[in-house]
Design a protein around this ligand. Sequence first.
Ligand code: HQG
Length: 183
Amino acid sequence: MEQQNLTRLGKFLCLILRHKPETVGITVDRRGWADVDELIRGVNKKYPFSRELLEEIVRTDAKQRYAFSEDGTKIRANQGHSLPVDLGLTPLDPPPVLWHGSARRFEASILEQGLLPQSRRQVHLSPDYETAVAVGRRHGEPIVFQVQCGEMRRDGFFFYRAENGVWLTDMVPPAYLIPVEPD
Ligand code: HQG
């Protein structure tokens, strides 16, 4: 299938698996897993869909947003949920710093309140500066914060790494944020 259509279907899959499984009449379990057959039947009511197409979307997704269960009968989004799921990830020691990209219009509020998960379950942090700039640009003029994760960890905060390399934490108080001006 053409990349453009794959991307469109991928966005729909994100909506279902992260936010609104009811859109296609399915549910996800507390770990975020949806039954693959139910998902295919559900999506099929709106668009022609198949296991092959689902596998192509999962395989070609630029951010590796989805994962199949080991036996291939279930699928979930690796991160980005607003649904109340617990991915069951093991806390990990983070690198000394990670990065968060946001938009200029949120800067004052972030410096006052810290990073909050807003509509998602957790705050998303990028492993490198360039990725953070790209994440920030989705929202407008990008700004980037360097997040002092080593220090946070020593102070008792927990960090998790989603299967696609995105780091997750519950919130980041302003004291651990260093604004970095993009070039
Ligand atoms: C901002 C994408 C005001 C935060 C990306 C962000 C990522 C605050 C926005 C993943 C704030 C929420 C997540 C505060 C945080 N005051 N604004 N106190 N605290 N914000 O989309 O991190 O393509 O929910 O900076 O690549 O942008 O979907 O989070 O700008 O990995 O797979 O509130 O989503 O991946 O926006 O993006 P989002 P995000 P996907």
